[in-house]
Structures are given as C-alpha cells and as structure tokens.
Design a protein around this ligand. Structure first.
Ligand SMILES: C[S@@+](CC[C@H](N)C(=O)[O-])C[C@H]1O[C@@H](n2cnc3c(N)ncnc32)[C@H](O)[C@@H]1O
Length: 257
C-alpha cells in the first residue's frame, strides 16, 4: 500500500486550497473550528499553537487573523504542503503525527496547544489509537487538543465509507463518533465537547483525480456501494453518471487528562 501522503501529491500544494470545491479554504466552513481554537487558546494561554497535519497552513492563518500575538507552527509529513505554507509565511516542521516530539514544537517549560483538521483518517484503523496516545504523550496535563475529525454518527455510515475507501484502494479509515470518544479517553484525553461541523461533499470526479480511479472502477463503486448501502443514502448516493459522497466531521474539544 503506498503511503497516503506520497499518493496524494497530485492535489497538494497550491492546488489543495481550490480542491473539493474550495472546502479547505472556506472561512465559513472553518469558522466553528477556529472559534473553538480561539476560545480554548484564550483560556489556556499557550505559548505555541501547533497544527498537526496542517497542510498549507490555512487554519493557522485563520487563527492568526483573530489572535495575531499567538505563536504558531504547522507540522505536516508532506513537503509540498509545507512549501506552500512557508510561502504564505507560516513556520513549518516536517514530521509525522505518529512520531513528532514536543521539543520540535515548543521549548522547555513553555505551554503547547494542539489543533488538527481532517488528518486522523489518513492513518488507517490500526494506527488511530497509537496516534492519539502518542499525541497525548507529547502533551502535558491540562493542555488542549482541538481537532476536527471525519467520523460518523452510525456504524452503518462509517461502514459505508470504509467500504468505499477500500474499493478506491486507500487505507484511510473512518470511525464512529462513539469510537472516537472511547479511543480518545483510553489514550488519556478528556473529551470535553463534541460539536458538529460542515460535511464535505465528495464528487466522483474529484475522487477519480485524487485516487487515480478509472471509469470502470467508478462504475463498479456506483453499483456495489449503491446496492450494498442503499440504507445509507445520507452519506452515499449514486447519480446518473457516478456518485456523490458526504464525509461527516465533528469537532473534538479535548484536554490532556
Ligand atoms: C485532508 S489534508 C488537511 C490539511 C489541513 N489540515 C487542512 O485542514 O487544510 C490532510 C493533511 O494531513 C497530512 N498528513 C497525512 N498523514 C500525515 C501524517 N502521518 N503526519 C503528518 N501529516 C500527515 C497530509 O500531508 C495533508 O496535508
């Protein structure tokens, strides 16, 4: 299985901000998460805010527009994303969320706060808990971790998305909200709030580009997922030519226990 980060370089960098209808560069879409990050930052007064898997730095720039004095850093595994973030004036570090060290983000006794948007599903099912535990390990008690993560209310919706992504040949994996809560708590996070966020509308056209899918595979997806998950039309519906899927997000407001 290719590493997801390498695989998607076709849509990384400058192209990322316009992709998926501009979802990841839409201030209205980002607002509930930015609101929560600012609210928590006002309470916790961190010395540094780090965005894990921060891509091109969009989220941090939105936060900076409202909290100019906050020191921010963007961690991502993909150099193409980081080059774009640096071009926009954001300080960057090239690391994986699986093995970064606190000292790479903040020095000594300074306080850290973590943010993240749309990253945990990249890691696959088996790495979700180790990632949450690692991030907790690099945090200190009372520090905040506010993240917007793809997750579904019902097991059936999550199953539908996982079947779709398997057919597309990726190892991305989507939990239920309940699973995220449980995993987070077991990894040492207090989940203080879970807040709904805007869904991402995924067209077959964008998925074909992103995952390099050909027309016969798109047809197969439309038929198989459409048939098997006829009861999950809220997240997957076949269209005349192909399909539309809706990726659901929640904002998890967590604190290191
Ligand atoms: C869907 S994009 C979201 C980017 C950004 N958070 C945003 O909301 O615009 C996912 C990002 O996670 C990064 N990523 C994927 N796996 C990662 C890992 N193991 N460690 C760090 N970054 C990772 C990708 O390079 C990509 O920039």
């Amino acid at each position: 299985m290719p590493d997801a980060t390498d695989f998607e370089t076709v849509i990384h960098g400058r192209r990322w901000l316009a992709f998926h209808g501009g979802f990841f560069s839409d201030a209205e879409v980002a607002r509930p998460l930015v609101d929560e990050i600012c609210r928590r930052a006002d309470e916790a007064r961190p010395d540094v805010l780090a965005d894990l898997g921060g891509g091109t730095g969009y989220l941090l720039l939105q936060v900076k527009a409202r909290r100019a004095g906050l020191d921010v850093i963007n961690l991502d595994a993909c150099p193409i994303q980081l080059a774009e973030a640096a071009r926009r004036g954001v300080r960057t570090v090239q690391r994986s969320v699986m093995d970064f060290r606190r000292a790479e983000l903040v020095s000594g006794d300074r306080r850290l706060m973590l943010a993240m948007r749309s990253v945990l599903h990249y890691l696959g099912e088996s790495a979700l808990f180790p990632a949450l535990r690692h991030i907790r390990h690099e945090s200190r008690p009372g520090e905040a971790f506010v993240h917007q993560t793809a997750s579904f209310e019902t097991p059936r919706e999550a199953e539908c998305f996982n079947a779709l992504y398997r057919l597309m040949g990726t190892h991305k994996w989507y939990p239920t909200v309940e699973h995220m809560r449980r995993c987070s708590q077991e990894a040492g996070w207090r989940v203080k709030e879970v807040i709904p966020a805007a869904s991402l509308r995924l067209t077959a056209h964008d998925m074909a580009l992103r995952y390099r899918l050909d027309a016969p595979l798109l047809c197969r997806i439309r038929e198989e997922i459409g048939r098997e998950y006829a009861d999950a039309r809220d997240v997957f519906h076949p269209t005349r030519e192909a399909f539309i899927a809706h990726l659901k997000y929640e904002i998890y407001v967590c604190e290191a226990a």
